[in-house]
Design a protein around this ligand. Structure first.
Ligand code: ADP
Ligand code: MG
Length: 558
């Protein structure tokens, strides 16, 4: 039988698993149970569109069996199974291609980061296994196949015997070493604890044969051990549970189980809406920017369930682009199960849910701005840029939703502030919200143009990201106060000063003419200014486009 090599990226991930010193090896069970559950979901979904398959809930389950004598652990499901080709393509190559590419070599060697927080999937079995065998029969086929691998040397696939549709993953556990104990994964109580911890909400029963003591008949203190099949998980999806029963850790565990991100979420929102549209949702505000977030590759979206059955992994229509960082899921009874992608887009229910969710996210973020500033700033460092893009998007159509979520660095507070906080500090005779642009706060602070405004005691917002000024220009004003660049010709408080400079100009006419001659087309005009204190000269922009914006515009590809 020919031994096949794993595709290159799979091999890397596998090596990492085989050599893993990761302490929480137990998560391999979470991964395999999650695959089993996915496979049953697919079977259920198929039964809805295929009359030849009937979905009898009782026939769908996951069963975990430990065989102490042979050091075998079996994870069995009655899901959709795999054909020979699927075995080849699903287990020989990494589904989420590129998932490793973004990680630095050093991180891969350590492995800790990836294994702990990222969906490593099927290969995680190799953290505990000498060999892994997959026996499977596809719902579309009468033949069964066996996939076998010890990790390092590749894998084999051969025909096999299996009666029922579904999959068995059989793990031959490694022998214990001085430092590591693998026996624990044969201990039924330990296994039960792991399942409870990570997979409690899986919607299908996870069954186990558990040995329980039972009083012997007609005796009082004598017990015998009997084996009893138990369902170990509660099967209630977390979003159907009562909020009061759940702790932050439960939501964090769900976030990790679902592979929503590598990080710990900063905030979660558990919604149970029962109005014109009915739905449940769990939404997360991540802490860190996903590696591909600001690239074309990033796909936004929420998981979409209809009556607890997953119908779409990433429904983009549920999230506006400016909230594309939100992770999570939505479950609605009002959605039809076999609705197509195209139909979903125009589905009125879905549109209502999307609108509702948008407002909930906005309010959550607003409440963070107010009451949880530290976390909000962490969030803002990761995703503030996207909010500013949002202001600009669609010709400013969303600016009212976003304007109170923006933070800018304040000359006065020396930290990030909201526009409303700025306004609240404005003195009566201040007419504008002043801002200055530059590469860094330090450099902005030293700009000659800021001098006069600061001297007046006015606060200046320091904009150091290229997108900032575009966002400000789109906003135009906040609560009736217009934005004004400190570099603009008219700072709005110069009437009496202007007269002074006109006089200066008269007196120095010849000098200015000469300077204009020398500078030629590089300047539009040379004028006397009263806005400078310690600097001899400054450049100002005349029109709508500031010097900083001009730089950005010039650096843009055509
Ligand atoms: P993921 O679950 O994220 O797709 P995995 O590495 O966990 O990645 O699994 C790879 C693929 O192998 C799955 O997408 C699925 O197609 C297939 N697979 C794994 N386990 C099973 C199973 N028990 N039944 C059917 N297919 C499975
Ligand atoms: Mg998986």
């Amino acid at each position: 039988m020919a031994v096949k090599e794993f595709q290159a990226e799979s091999k890397r991930l596998l090596d990492m698993m085989v050599n893993s010193i990761y302490s929480q090896k137990e998560i391999f069970l979470r991964e395999l149970i999650s695959n089993a559950s996915d496979a049953i979901d697919k079977m259920y979904y198929k039964s809805l569109t295929d009359d030849s398959i009937s979905f009898d809930r009782d026939n769908f389950y996951i069963k975990i069996t430990a065989d102490q004598n042979n050091r075998l652990l079996k994870i069995e499901d009655t899901g959709i199974g795999m054909s020979e080709e699927e075995l080849e393509s699903n287990l020989g190559t990494i589904a989420k291609s590129g998932s490793l590419a973004f990680k630095k070599e050093t991180e891969i060697k350590d492995g800790h980061d990836i294994i702990g927080q990222f969906g490593v999937g099927f290969y995680s079995a190799f953290m505990v296994a000498d060999t892994v065998t997959v026996l499977t029969k596809s719902a579309d086929s009468k033949e069964a196949f066996k996939w076998n691998s010890n990790g390092a040397d590749g894998y084999t696939i051969e025909p096999a015997d299996k009666k029922h549709t579904g999959t068995e993953v059989i793990i031959k556990l490694r022998e214990n070493t001085e430092d590591e104990n693998f026996d624990e994964f044969l201990d039924e109580h330990r296994i039960k604890t792991i399942i409870k911890k990570y997979s409690d909400f899986i919607r299908y029963p996870i069954k186990m044969d558990i040995t329980v003591p039972k009083p012997k008949e007609s005796t009082e203190n004598e017990f015998e051990e009997i084996v009893e099949e138990q369902t170990v998980n509660s099967m209630v999806p977390i979003w159907r549970k009562n909020k009061s029963e759940l702790k932050t850790e439960d939501y964090e565990a769900f976030y990790a189980e679902k592979h929503y991100g590598f990080d710990k979420p900063l905030k979660h929102l558990h919604l149970s809406v029962d109005g014109a549209v009915r739905y449940q949702a769990i939404l997360f505000i991540p802490e860190q920017t996903p590696f591909d977030y600001y690239t074309k590759e990033f796909e936004k979206g929420l998981e979409l369930y209809s009556n607890s059955v997953l119908i779409m992994e990433k429904s983009p229509d549920l999230l506006p682009d400016y909230f594309s960082f939100v992770k999570g899921m939505v479950d609605s009874e009002d959605l039809s199960l076999n609705i197509s992608r195209e139909m979903l887009q125009h589905d009125r229910q879905l549109q209502l849910i999307a609108k509702n969710i948008k407002n909930k996210i906005k309010n959550l973020l607003l409440s963070m701005v107010k009451d949880d500033r530290e976390n909000y700033e962490t969030f803002y460092r990761s995703f503030g840029r996207q909010l500013k893009f949002g202001v600009q998007m669609d010709f400013g159509a969303h600016k009212d939703d976003l304007k109170d979520l923006l933070l800018f660095y304040s000359s006065k507070e020396k930290k990030l502030v909201t526009l409303s906080e700025y306004i609240s500090r404005m003195s009566e005779n201040q007419n504008y919200i002043y801002y200055a642009t530059g590469d860094s706060y330090d450099r902005i602070e030293k700009l000659p143009q800021t001098e006069m405004v600061l001297d007046k005691g006015y606060e200046i917002l320091y904009l150091n990201e290229d997108i900032d000024e575009f966002a400000i220009k789109t906003l135009r004003e906040y609560e009736g106060k217009e934005f004004k660049s400190v570099a603009s010709g008219d700072l709005g408080f110069e009437e009496e000063e202007e007269k002074k400079s006109e006089k200066e100009e008269e007196n120095n006419k010849e000098l200015f003419e000469k300077m204009k001659d020398i500078l030629g087309t590089r300047v539009k005009d040379v004028r006397a200014s009263t806005r400078l204190k310690t600097h001899p000269v400054c450049l100002t922009a005349e029109g709508e486009v500031s010097i900083e914006m001009e730089k950005v515009l010039q650096s843009m590809p055509d």
